[in-house]
Ligand binder design. Structure first.
Ligand SMILES: C[C@H](O)CC(=O)C(=O)O
Ligand SMILES: [Mn+2]
Length: 336
């Protein structure tokens, strides 16, 4: 088997796509199937990580701790991972998740704000968890800045640092230069998390692997924010054709995608005009659902909202700006 390890993120990133409506039954059946298919890591949390259920980010239908507990209960092979954004989730939330059986945490910050992850990474290491630094919106920083921030996470004790293409805005050569620089400058494993808004998730993922990334995210049936992530079952097939053994059972992944995940999607995970605009304008993928709602409310084109958010370089945590921008655009429209 190769040293490449896949983390399945549909039960966390996909939470954005279904407005955080996962049920215990869905999480149990999807986790069981992923475990059967021998996926090494499965991430389960609200889309915005521990503590994300709120008016700002979207209320969960089911308490995420119940979902984590359910996943842990049926995963005897796969390790359950949680996402933690300092400022949204707390160290206390992390301790509770670890106590429920979460074995890995990914501590996520904006690409220029790694310093806020220090306490969280250090605590996760003290708890004995595998700990990942997750640098979101990686397209927004030049390579040197990304390296500097990744080094901070490494110095706090992270076992892995991820280039996270939250907006699905990176082009293959940009992924390559980022992964290459991190491989040169850091000693820990490097990971890559893609979004398919520009139809580049698979290409970018392969580019990352070519440059030495060994931790890769995927979402089954593309169940992730925006147009979703690198489609896990397709990635497993492509890697198998390349002679890279992930240890994951391809047919079991295909069956899970077709029989369990597809039926719960509100609509197929496609590149729509909105998700394409996310990648084009460099906007956080989870903003799509919020921008759609705001567009309906103010009777304007959601693409205009997304493009304006991109111009203003709005980042995760500034979801309230979506309504502000929509209101401003609607006012401007009424004045012409
Ligand atoms: C909180 C975000 O949804 C994390 C993520 O998956 C990304 O930035 O992409
Ligand atoms: Mn994501």
């Amino acid at each position: 088997m190769s040293n490449l390890k896949i983390t399945e993120v549909a039960l966390r990133d996909g939470s954005h796509a279904i407005s955080h409506q996962f049920t215990v039954e869905q999480v149990t059946s999807i986790t069981s199937a992923l475990n059967e298919a021998r996926v090494p890591y499965i991430e389960v949390t609200h889309g915005d990580g521990l503590g994300g259920s709120s008016l700002q980010y979207g209320l969960s239908r089911t308490d995420e701790l119940k979902l984590i507990e359910a996943a842990v209960g049926v995963a005897d092979f796969s390790k359950i991972s949680v996402l933690l954004l300092p400022g949204i989730g707390t160290i206390e939330d992390l301790k509770v998740a670890e106590n429920l059986g979460a074995k890995m945490v990914r501590v996520a910050t904006h690409v220029t704000e790694a310093d806020v992850s220090k306490q969280h990474i250090e605590t996760a290491k003290e708890l004995g968890m595998e700990t990942v630094g997750f640098l979101m919106m990686s397209h927004m920083a030049p390579v040197e800045k990304l390296v500097e921030q990744a080094k901070l996470m490494e110095s706090y004790g992270a076992d892995v640092v991820y280039v996270t293409d939250s907006a699905g805005a990176l082009l293959p050569h940009e992924v390559k230069e980022r992964i290459k620089a991190l491989k040169q400058e850091l000693s820990v494993e490097i990971g890559f998390h893609a979004h398919n808004n520009l139809s580049l998730a698979m290409g970018n993922t392969l580019a990352a692997i070519e440059e030495g990334a060994t931790r890769i995210d995927g979402s089954v049936r593309c169940l992730g924010a925006g147009a979703g992530n690198t489609q896990t079952e397709v990635l497993v097939a492509v890697l198998e054709k390349m002679g890279i053994d992930t240890g994951i059972d391809l047919y079991k992944m295909m069956d899970l995608a077709e029989n369990i995940v597809a039926p719960i999607l509100p609509q197929p995970q496609e590149i729509t005009k909105n998700s394409l605009t996310l990648g084009f304008a460099g906007v956080y993928s989870s903003f799509q659902v919020h921008a759609n709602r705001a567009a309906k409310k103010f009777n304007i084109d959601s693409r205009d909202i997304l493009v304006e958010l991109g111009k203003r370089e709005v980042v995760g945590g500034q979801e309230d700006m979506i309504i502000d921008v929509a209101a401003e655009l609607a006012k401007a429209k009424s004045l012409v």
